[in-house]
Every structure is written in structure tokens, then in C-alpha cells.
Design a protein around this ligand. Structure first.
Ligand code: DSN
Length: 446
């Protein structure tokens, strides 16, 4: 792959180029892909240079187990300082009394909750995968589906959670754990109603806010924390940090169980460079400017949903209250697999996704999931997301009308995408600590 001018000079350390040109070339290619394409995968973002610095730091050399101040290895003074910073920032950001910042991902965070509050074979009530639930909430191939007894609730004909169904299933099956939140559910969740149902059957309520944690942090989405016994999140989606998970609660007894469930329950030593990067991202999210970012993420997701619907594309539930939205391609006669391939060729990266009642297998699906977090970080506002919606519609309608991929349309759109991306460069001029559009990358329309 040829190198774009935006990659120079020397974004990566010369030592990597000299020591391992093969890895260097792959990373350089990836930077070019991120630079020249529009990232619409809802679980991705563009982290700050400070997060990258923490991830690539010498703390990666250190091994620790246990909590700060209670380690099984010596030499933990600075590791403790880093992890304590991450814990205290998570508690301050989400207003809670306990945080565990060690989970390697959201799935490990959820597994730790299962281990802390359930015994094998116990019943769990959670959202079905095709309704927008997550694999780690009891899906058949996941250990949470194999070792526990999942009962799944769906969504109604309009695309919203049917709280009546949740209540009926809870009373019929008496789950020990009820989960709200998911991977592709775009609407605000009625946390007080979930808590009332959980209390009525003596269940623990877990809120998985992985896909809206940044909006909660930014104050533009209701927080589940006052209602859920325990809340999990990932740091790498709209929280705009590096990969990893966190667990939050206000219940001291549950906190002790969760600590033991993370270590030694489901994990070993701490990935300290990831924890350092979590501390950086949580610190960034505590800055007032993050509120403007979160508000713009939500605005942009709504603009994108509106732009797609204006071109006749079905959006599940008719919009979104979060950074993500799901398009149902069945009216166009397209599969998610074919559509996502064509969009990727056009410079628009998203993921195929099941839609409610989907009969296609997970590797095919009938839908697409889009997210606004990464585009907002590079400075896109409403004007840019309206254009993106138009490009997506151009590609999908061309496919539907032509019965397959239309390379001419893909080529035209990819050229326009690249031109837009060059006006909103990443890492050269991207300052994620400022509100979207307030740095060098400036949208004409917030
Ligand atoms: N849970 C996956 C997703 O939502 O894309 C990865 O974060």
C-alpha cells in the first residue's frame, strides 16, 4: 500500500520501522485506512495521543495481581498509583462508590458479574441477540449461554423493549439476574421500570451501558447507576478510550464479590498499560469539553438516522437515543454481509447486524449497525453526517436496483469520502480534548 502524505513525518517510532518493517508496514497501512475511510462501527473510536502514549508505555513491563495496596507482587508503587487514578476517576465520572477497572473487555466485566451473583444453571433474563442484546448476556455460543439458563426478551413491533413482556417473563421464570443494555439497541432504557421488576422477583439488575457510557458521562443520556445493582461498560466506544471494561456499583457487599470475581475469578494479572490508558480516557471524559463531544455524538447519530430514513431506508425503531442505529435491509432485498462489503469498498466501514426477527445466519444478517462516535471525534458535525447518510443510501439503492454491488457508485463515493477525510485529518491536527469542531478539524454545521 502506498503511503499517504498524512502519514509523514514519522508518526510511528523509527525504532519500530527499523526493528520490524513487517509490523511497521501493517500499522502504517492501518493508519492510512483509518485516515482515508469513515469509521461507522459503533464500537470504535479514535483515541487521544495521550491514550496511545499510555498504551505504549513501560508500565507494560510490570506484573501485578490483586487490588492497589493488596498486591501479590512487589514493586507495585507506581502501578498502584495508576490503577487508583483510574478507579477514582471512574467513580467521580459516574458518581458511584466502587469501580473495578481491570476487566480486559466488556465481556470479561459481564462474566465477572455472572460469577459474583450466580451459580451454574441459574436463570438469567436478558435481551435476545436479534433484538440488540450482547453475546455475553446469555447467547447460546457464549459461556453465559452454555453454563446458565438464559431466558430472552425481545422488542415490540415498533422496535422498543416491551416492558410488559419483561415483567411476564420475570414472574414466570424468577431469574436471579436481569440484564438491560445491549450491543445494538438504539433506544433509551427505562431503568426504574427494570429495577422495579428486578425487586419484585428478588433479582440482581445488571445494566450494561457499553454503548452509551460516553453519553452518560457527558450528561446527555439517563444514567443507569441509581437503579442498577451493578453496571458494566467498555472504555473504547463513545467513552473514546483504549480497549477495556469497567464494573461499577454502590453496594459494598457486591463490590467485594465483584473484586474476587475479576481476580482470581475470571482474570489473572492486570494489563497495566490498558489500565493507564483507561485512566487517561476517564480523565479526558471528566473535562467539561467532553460534554460537548457527547452531545454532538448524539446529534450526529440522529442526523444520520434521519438522512437514511429520508432516502427510504428503514431504521429500526425509527431513530435513536444513543450513538448507534440499525438499518433493516429486508425492504431493499439486501443482506448485511453484501451491503457492508459494498460500503467498505466505498470507504464507509460498518458492521453487518441482525435485525429483529432476522432469519439470516449471524455471518449474513439482514441489517447494518452504524455509530457516530469516531466520526464525531474527527470533527464531523451534522453537515458531514447528512452527506454520509446520502452516500450510504447511494450505495444501498444502487445495489438494490442493480441486483448486486455497483462498482461505479462505490468508486464515486469512495473518492468523495477520501476528499472529506483529508479535510478532517486524524492524529495530524486532531485534538480530542477540545469539543468536536473546535480544534483544527472544524465542521461547518454542528
Ligand atoms: N460488543 C462488540 C460490539 O458491540 O461491537 C464489541 O465491542
Amino acid at each position: 500500500m502506498s503511503k499517504s502524505p498524512a502519514l509523514e513525518p514519522g508518526y510511528f517510532l523509527d525504532s519500530l520501522r527499523a526493528a520490524d518493517p513487517e509490523v511497521y508496514d501493517a500499522l502504517a497501512g492501518e493508519l492510512e485506512r483509518q485516515q482515508d475511510g469513515i469509521e461507522l462501527i459503533a464500537s470504535e473510536n479514535l483515541v487521544s495521543q495521550a491514550s496511545l502514549d499510555a498504551l505504549g508505555s513501560i508500565i507494560v513491563n510490570k506484573t501485578v495481581e490483586g487490588r492497589p495496596g493488596r498486591r501479590y507482587y512487589g514493586g507495585a508503587e507506581f502501578a498502584d498509583r495508576i490503577e487508583t487514578l483510574a478507579i477514582e476517576r471512574a467513580k467521580a465520572l459516574f458518581g458511584c462508590g466502587f469501580a473495578n477497572v481491570q476487566p480486559h473487555s466488556g465481556s470479561q466485566a459481564n462474566q465477572a458479574v455472572f460469577l459474583a451473583v450466580l451459580k451454574p444453571g441459574d436463570t438469567v433474563l436478558s435481551m435476545a441477540l436479534d433484538a440488540g442484546g450482547h453475546l455475553s448476556h446469555g447467547a447460546a455460543p457464549n459461556l453465559t449461554g452454555k453454563w446458565f439458563n438464559p431466558i430472552r426478551y425481545g422488542i415490540d413491533g415498533e422496535g422498543f423493549i416491551d416492558m410488559g413482556e419483561v415483567e411476564r417473563l420475570a414472574h414466570a421464570h424468577r431469574p436471579k439476574l436481569i440484564i438491560c443494555g445491549g450491543s445494538a439497541y438504539p433506544r433509551a432504557i427505562d431503568f426504574p421500570a427494570f429495577r422495579a421488576i428486578a425487586d419484585s422477583v428478588d433479582a440482581v439488575l445488571l445494566a450494561d451501558m457499553a454503548h452509551f457510557a460516553g453519553l452518560v458521562a457527558g450528561g446527555v443520556h439517563p444514567s443507569p447507576l441509581p437503579y442498577a445493582h451493578v453496571t458494566t461498560a467498555t472504555t473504547y466506544k463513545n467513552l473514546r478510550g483504549a480497549r477495556g471494561g469497567i464494573i461499577l456499583t454502590d453496594d459494598p457487599a457486591l463490590a467485594r464479590k465483584l473484586d474476587s470475581a475479576v481476580f482470581p475469578g475470571v482474570q489473572g494479572s492486570v494489563i497495566l498499560n490498558a489500565v493507564a490508558a483507561k485512566a487517561v480516557c476517564l480523565g479526558e471524559a471528566l473535562k467539561p469539553s467532553f460534554k460537548a463531544y457527547a452531545a454532538q455524538v448524539l446529534t450526529n447519530a440522529r442526523v444520520l438516522a434521519g438522512a437514511l430514513m429520508a432516502r427510504g431506508i428503514t431504521v429500526v425503531s425509527g431513530g435513536t437515543d444513543t450513538p448507534l442505529l440499525v438499518a433493516d435491509l429486508r425492504p431493499l432485498g439486501l443482506t448485511g454481509a453484501a451491503a457492508s462489503e459494498s460500503l467498505e469498498a466505498a470507504g464507509l466501514t460498518c458492521n453487518k447486524n441482525a435485525v429483529p426477527g432476522d432469519t439470516e445466519p449471524p455471518a449474513v444478517t439482514s441489517g447494518l449497525r452504524f455509530g457516530s462516535a469516531a466520526g464525531t471525534t474527527r470533527g464531523f458535525g451534522g453537515a458531514e453526517f447528512r452527506r454520509i447518510g446520502g452516500w450510504i443510501a447511494d450505495v444501498l439503492h444502487a445495489m438494490a436496483e442493480g441486483g448486486g454491488r455497483d462498482e461505479t457508485v462505490e468508486h464515486i463515493v469512495s473518492a468523495e469520502v477520501r476528499t472529506l477525510c483529508r479535510s478532517f485529518p486524524i492524529y495530524h491536527g486532531l485534538d480530542v480534548t477540545t469539543p468536536a469542531g473546535a480544534g483544527l478539524n472544524r465542521s461547518t454545521d454542528q
